[in-house]
Design a protein around this ligand. Structure first.
Ligand code: TXE
Length: 519
């Protein structure tokens, strides 16, 4: 199989129609057929790269890397700024591509693109200072006369393995700090949604990006494995199970690996909250991208005194939403699932909940649109149920009544996941205090989800939700190797610690240690 060239992958060439097939990506003779989830129509064909194809791509990226690094931060920022502007000018094609392969709402696609643009803007502004040599102060006696500085160097070729829910921002967007650090990048988008990532890589070249700096390796899990085997560092977004496999493989090669995995984000609604706003927030963020976002609200704990009223408000909201095939701006509120097999998981979680005593207040069945599930509200749920413990990744909002804050915090923390959480209260100080008790990487008070759209904020999960992370200055550090350079300024003088040893000088040194550290 030939390597994918960024030049021969224009969207027009890839978008082909063949209406007679079902709704998931399939590999046929080295070619992946990408299908619209709602119609099953083939919307594109891309190579299903094997190990040799991946190795060839990585070799090209490796050859291009010194030239890219040699452009310097300002040169690289200039390219990425041009890329950002071109993405916006050609947004019609980008949004079309995202919607064609994922069936997602116009608004969800637009948000994905806007996040990418914002991320690009952020990294071009902050990369310079973050990559500058950093003087390090040392205080101990052993550092006397020495000057130390930390320098940041690219790893070489960075691998980005992405999921199907936010394919552009979680592949190209996460590639930007690595690119700004002087790495070249090979993205491996999900086999379900490779088209928008390919288009974005085309636009990088069209914007004047040097060839082979941002490449796309299309294919499934096998392609992802081959990428981990070839690159110098890898960032992965996807499921916990695959994340573990990627980490183990990266561990074999001892390459840096950061993981952004699933979530089971709790929302805690206190009796003093603005219930109308909290209900609206929980519905909006529970059904974000149809619930297919790792930071979507996946379970809700509400203080018993206001539980009934809150549930009423949520149900009223959810019933007012329009489920339908995605189209243009504002056409519907919830569309079908991006990855049709996900409907089976959602259905299984709701069935399990009902069998264990949960009540469905609205929804609770497949929707009339192909590969869809009706927005669903469950009550009388508890932690024996899959919908409260496993990632549902669909349009389901399970709501549980709790006695008090302590019970809410205990249940919120009773999870293998620890990505994010939200607290809804009329008292922000109380919200902040509760935030400190939650075992997650991010807590928002009277809000949820939007923190992930802010590139200034680091985002990483606790527990099974990940390692390392994305966003914020830490992501730039992660994209680099570090080197400490230490220079002894008193050259010419013998060092206190050098051979040969003499009883007097050793005793003097001991006395000095006593004066410094023994008091
Ligand atoms: O993810 P996978 P899937 C959750 C969600 C969903 C579940 C499974 O709960 O039901 O994950 O989704 C590539 N080595 N999230 O099956 O398998 C694969 O080709 C290297 C949460 O899509 O983790 C794809 O590009 N790579 C998530 C990527 O890994 C491998 C968003 C993710 O696939 C590989 C999406 C391997 N051995 C789903 N096997 C989030 N955190 O936001 C597969 N891949």
């Amino acid at each position: 199989m030939d390597a994918v060239s960024t030049k021969d992958t224009t969207t027009e060439a890839r978008l082909t129609a063949s209406p007679d097939l079902t709704g998931v990506a399939t590999s046929v003779g080295g070619t992946l057929l990408v299908r619209a989830p709602d119609t099953g129509e083939v919307v594109g064909e891309v190579p299903d790269l094997d190990a040799a194809g991946v190795a060839a791509l990585v070799a090209r990226a490796r050859t291009a890397q010194p030239g890219w690094a040699g452009l310097g931060v300002d040169g690289r920022a200039e390219v990425i700024e041009r890329f950002r502007r071109l993405l916006w000018r050609r947004r019609g094609e980008v949004l079309h591509s995202m919607q064609a392969e994922s069936g997602k709402l116009y608004e969800d696609a637009l948000r994905d693109l806007a996040m990418l643009l914002d991320v690009a803007h952020y990294w071009t502004r902050v990369a310079g200072p973050l990559l500058a040599d950093e003087p390090l102060r040392t205080r101990g006696l052993m550092g006397f006369g020495r000057r130390s500085v930390r320098t940041f160097e690219p790893h070489g070729v960075f691998g980005m393995i992405g999921p199907w829910n936010l394919p552009v921002v979680l592949s190209i967007g996460d590639a930007l700090p690595a690119l700004m650090a002087g790495n070249t990048v090979v993205c491996k988008p999900s086999e379900v949604t490779p088209l928008a990532t390919l288009l974005a890589a085309d636009l990088f070249v069209a914007a004047g990006g040097p060839p082979d700096v941002l490449l796309v390796a299309t294919g499934g899990g096998r392609t992802g494995e081959a990428l981990v085997d070839q690159v110098d560092a890898v960032h992965f977004t996807g499921s916990v199970a695959t994340g573990r496999a990627v980490a183990a493989r990266a561990g074999q090669r001892l390459i840096p690996c950061s993981l952004e995995l699933g979530g089971k984000d709790p929302a805690i609604v206190l009796a003093d909250a603005d219930l109308k706003r909290a209900a609206r927030g929980v519905v909006s963020y529970g059904l974000l991208v149809g619930g297919q976002a790792c930071i979507a609200v996946e379970r809700v704990y509400v203080q018993r005194d206001v539980h009934e009223r809150f549930v009423e408000l949520v149900v009223e909201q959810v019933r007012s939403l329009r489920l339908g095939p995605a189209g243009g701006p504002g056409v519907v509120d919830v569309a079908g699932m991006i990855h049709p097999p996900q409907v089976d998981i959602v259905e299984a979680h709701v069935r399990d909940a009902v069998e264990r005593g949960a009540r469905v207040l609205t929804g609770g069945r497949r929707g009339s649109v192909e590969a869809s599930y009706e927005p669903t509200v469950l009550t009388d749920v508890d932690h024996t149920m899959r919908c409260m413990r496993e990632e549902t990744f669909g349009p389901v909002i399970p709501i549980m009544a709790v006695r008090d804050v302590d019970e809410a915090v205990r249940l919120a923390n009773d999870s293998e996941y620890g990505l994010a959480a939200s607290v809804w209260t009329g008292d922000p100080a109380r919200g902040r205090a509760i935030a400190r008790r939650l075992q997650v990487g991010t807590v928002t008070v009277n809000d949820a989800v939007m923190h992930a759209a802010l590139p200034e904020l680091p985002m990483g999960g606790w527990k099974a939700s990940g390692l390392g992370g994305r966003g914020g200055p830490d992501a730039m550090r992660w994209a680099c190797r570090q080197r400490v350079v230490q220079v002894l300024r008193l050259a010419g003088h013998p060092d206190l610690y050098w051979l040969p040893y003499r009883p007097r000088s050793t005793r003097n040194l001991e006395r000095l240690f006593g004066l410094l550290y023994g008091r």
